[in-house]
Design a protein around this ligand. Sequence first.
Ligand code: HEM
Length: 146
Amino acid sequence: MLTEQEKDIIKSTVPVLEEYGTGITKTFYKNMFEAHPELLNMFNQTNQKVGDQPEALAKTVLAAARHIDNLEAILPAVIGIGHKHRALNVKPEHYPIVGKYLLAAIQHVLGLESSDKILSAWEKYYGVIAQVFIDVEKDMYKEADW
Ligand code: HEM
């Protein structure tokens, strides 16, 4: 769980991060695909140009930050996205990869030291959101008996 101070950090940085949204997304995908070219296939299967629709990921993480005090509010959206993830075979082990590059992009765009508490608050919060997705998707895989 996040402390009240960490929640405040998340809430206060969302507007700034939204302003840098495109920068974050570009840095995130570029670095992630450079380190994990195997993921390009997964994203390309969707006939979407990378850098275009995938912006949805970072935007959703930011949008979820607005519901930090009431995370159940994002569940309907998570279920919809989860179906798409399931169809593309997104697995729990992919989440830390996304988290690592998303965090690095936030650090880069905001020019933060790696010890900055803004970063550790976001790291924790990404972990919470990722777990919501992983749990929802786990149930979907179970239902489908995969
Ligand atoms: C699609 C969010 C984690 C791979 C999406 C979409 C959203 C989203 C909003 C668009 C859904 C739609 O078009 O209906 C998130 C969030 C994540 C996350 C918030 C983390 C908390 C991941 C992970 C992977 C992944 C770990 C795998 C590495 C994909 C792919 C698509 C997708 C391949 C389809 C892209 C496309 O349509 O171009 N995700 N995602 N996502 N996500 Fe995720």
